[in-house]
Ligand binder design. Structure first.
Ligand code: ATP
Length: 486
């Protein structure tokens, strides 16, 4: 049932110009997607909500836009060249590739579903052990011992388990012999770390302070599935907050709460969010938590908050040979700052919004009931804020509607539409998530009033054209949303 809803969200996204498979006329490209005319607006609005809440509302957070290409040594220092990999295994008959840990996790789920809790526990422990010790042979042994078959071929004809680095490598320089290997960044965070001193010095930043950045990241995911949940090219919104060593847990807890509030301010039911505390920590972290959202296919990570200690700055200090320290005048000491990171996937947040907003309702139309499909997006994030609709294409109504449009188009994204019956136009804008429609009818020419129709309640009210701005602005403005966070 929930899988069904997820499928509906995927097809709705395509049908209404939100998300298209990349290179579709060439049969697509695995786990790469394009954002259509409405998708790009929604994506920009989410990015803007994040950026303004981080940079504009915090005096001690500033922005950055670092390049995708970076010096290759950066990825050695960060640990990505040696450690950013997934264990993979191929089925020799189907030629399908899987993440070995995912195959085993699916098997654990199967045991749990069949009431074999002890077996599930044993396998979980063995899996944790193998992963912690990076023991690829043990992973292969578990796949064989638990008789795991390929979901496609049904056979157990597996290759050995190998590590598969997720970074894309390319070359910089025209001549093959001089060319240097460079990588497409797998996260935006490193661009922030290597600019730490540039920003601190030129911005005269005092600890604690943060640097925020949004941008593309690339990962050659072994198994990419779940629509835009797991893509090979995606966008991150990351903020690294530099603090005095010893104060990191206080800041970690602060950011954990404040990031959840950012999500909840959009009006999402709090039951659909939860924290997932990491028990096993990455080698660089001393605390980590995910914010998970209940997608129709289950709870999945949307954002990670990590206390990264001084790992990154210390590594870059060592590999670059440049001091990355801060002199703290309050305690008269030099130190390498500790870092709290908040990292959210823009595309995953987009998917949260689509899943959360997608609704099918039964409504009465005269004698008949019909299904109304609606995207109940937070108005401030909606691609189109206002549709201006003349009732008919004549009698001076289009002219008046255009005049109203001309006033509003400087404020926000509005849409003029005169094709189809008014009922059909309302339905189309419900499906696009447009929070407000105004209809210009024959009476409008005399009483200088129009009808406002609200997406969620379908209620209509008659208002003076001169009063429109005061009524509409507070309902759709991102400022109102941001004020909730202050
Ligand atoms: P996962 O466990 O889902 O692979 P991760 O823990 O590797 O994610 P991070 O490296 O912490 O993810 O990245 C931060 C955020 O970036 C994630 O919370 C997620 O929203 C997003 N993200 C990571 N990988 C992808 C991807 N392949 N496609 C889309 N978004 C992604």
């Amino acid at each position: 049932m929930s899988e069904e809803i997820f499928k509906k969200v995927v097809s709705h996204s395509k049908e209404y110009g939100f998300v298209f498979p990349s290179s579709e006329i060439y049969d697509g490209l695995g786990a790469v997607y394009d954002y259509g005319q409405n998708g790009v607006e929604l994506k920009n609005n989410i990015r803007q909500y994040w950026w303004r809440s981080m940079v504009q509302l915090h005096e001690n957070i500033v922005g950055l836009d670092s390049a995708i290409f970076m010096h290759p040594k950066i990825w050695k220092a960060s640990g990505h060249i040696d450690g950013f990999s997934d264990p993979m295994v191929d089925n020799k008959d189907s030629k399908k590739r899987y993440r070995a840990d995912n195959l085993l996790e699916d098997q654990i789920d199967k045991y749990i579903k069949n009431g074999k809790t002890q077996k599930a526990e044993e396998l979980q422990n063995a899996l944790d052990n193998a992963i912690t010790n990076n023991n690829l042979e043990a992973l292969k042994y578990l796949i064989i011992a638990h008789e795991i078959a390929c979901p496609v071929s049904g056979t157990r004809n597996w290759t050995d388990v190998r590590q598969f680095n997720l970074m894309y490598k390319t070359q910089m320089g025209a001549l093959a012999e001089d060319a240097e290997d460079v990588y497409l960044r797998p996260e935006t965070a490193q661009g922030i770390f290597v600019n730490f001193l540039n920003v601190q010095k030129t911005g005269r930043m005092k600890i604690p302070f943060g640097i925020a950045q949004t941008g593309k990241a690339f990962r050659n995911e072994v198994v990419a599935r779940g629509f835009i949940m797991r893509m090979r090219e995606f966008e991150q919104m990351e903020m690294q907050f530099f603090v005095r060593p010893g104060t990191e847990m206080e800041w970690f807890n602060k950011w954990k709460e404040s990031r959840l509030q950012w999500h909840l301010a959009l009006g999402t039911n709090p039951d659909n969010y939860r924290f997932h505390e990491h028990v096993k920590l990455a080698h660089y972290a001393n605390a980590a938590v995910d914010i998970e959202y209940k997608f129709p296919i289950g709870f999945k990570e949307v954002e990670g908050i990590h206390s990264r200690t001084d790992f990154d700055l210390s590594q870059h200090q060592e590999f670059s040979g440049k001091k990355l320290q801060y002199f703290d005048p309050e305690i008269n000491q030099n130190y390498v700052p500790y870092v709290i990171e908040t990292s959210i996937g823009l595309d995953r947040m987009f998917l949260v919004q689509m899943c959360n907003a997608f609704k099918e309702e039964q409504v009465q139309n005269g004698e008949q009931t019909e299904t109304r499909t609606l995207l109940a997006l937070p108005p401030a994030l909606a691609p189109i804020k206002l549709a201006v609709l003349p009732l008919v294409k004549k009698d001076g109504l289009p002219e008046l509607a255009r005049k109203i449009m001309a006033d509003f188009k400087f404020e926000f994204n509005c849409h003029y539409e005169e094709k189809d019956s008014i009922g059909k136009r309302y339905r189309r804008h419900d499906a696009l998530g447009t929070p407000l429609c105004i209809t210009v009818d024959h009476d409008s020419l005399n009483d200088e009033s129009v009808t406002i129709r609200h997406r969620d309640t379908m209620q209509q009210e008659r208002v003076k054209i001169t009063a429109l701005k005061d009524i509409i602005m507070p309902q759709i403005s991102m400022n109102e949303l941001l004020r909730k966070l202050n």
